[in-house]
Design a protein around this ligand. Structure first.
Ligand code: 5GP
Ligand code: ZN
Length: 117
């Protein structure tokens, strides 16, 4: 399958891995927007949050199980998890991924959306 993140999981494209188990792979974002910016992905190809269903939703739980462990390992007690679903939300890679962000004090409000209009 012609999917960037499937290729990263397979090692076909290099990445800086921070965590891996049977279900989940996590690696540093190539263009970090916070001191900790890690992408956590299910190993199975799921295109977006719209494709989560009764058969595969346990993989999302695995992502969140891993997230807390990874953040702690990275020295972040506080963190934010973001999923962009669809073009207007800024999803550029069509393999379900969760941004794990931390290491900085974050704001909360409309400006935190990074709105472009
Ligand atoms: P999205 O915009 O789809 O929510 O997030 C995609 C993320 O993947 C972006 O933050 C982008 O920097 C990251 N990314 C894109 N290509 C690569 C790559 O080849 N390697 C890594 N490590 N991150 C990538
Ligand atoms: Zn994929």
């Amino acid at each position: 399958m012609d999917c960037l993140f499937c290729k990263i999981i397979d090692g076909e494209i290099p990445s800086t891995k921070v965590y891996e188990d049977e279900y989940v792979y996590a690696f540093k974002d190539i263009a970090p927007i916070a001191p900790m910016h890690i992408l956590i992905i299910p190993k199975a190809h799921i295109a977006s949050a719209n494709d989560i269903n009764a058969e595969n939703s346990s993989l999302v739980a695995k992502v969140f199980e891993a997230a807390g462990k990874i953040a702690k390992e990275q020295g972040c007690e506080s963190y934010r998890i973001i999923n962009n679903c669809g073009d207007d939300a800024g999803q550029t890679v069509k393999h379900l991924h969760f941004h794990l962000l931390g290491g900085v004090k974050m704001g909360w409000g409309p400006e935190s959306l990074g709105r472009t209009e």
